[in-house]
Design a protein around this ligand. Structure first.
Ligand SMILES: [Zn+2]
Length: 70
């Protein structure tokens, strides 16, 4: 079963991508964050399954791992 991922936030909206991996989705958030930071803000995007469903617990843990390990 192949899932795709997107990133979405109530302020920043959806990135509009379909990322094939969690790693790519986290990289997308990090790019958005550095763009926001240069304007004095921050990104409120988070990783979701494409379609908008929230991540399973195990996937969340992986997202957090990627955020703090790279
Ligand atoms: Zn994206």
């Amino acid at each position: 079963m192949s899932k795709t991922y997107t990133t979405i936030g109530s302020v920043r909206g959806c990135c509009g991508h379909k990322h094939r991996t969690i790693e790519a989705a986290v990289d997308c958030i990090k790019r958005d964050q550095s763009g926001c930071r240069s304007q004095g803000g921050y990104s409120d995007r988070e990783v979701r399954y494409a379609g908008g469903a929230e991540l399973r617990e195990s996937d969340w843990e992986y997202v957090h791992y990627l955020h703090y390990s790279r």
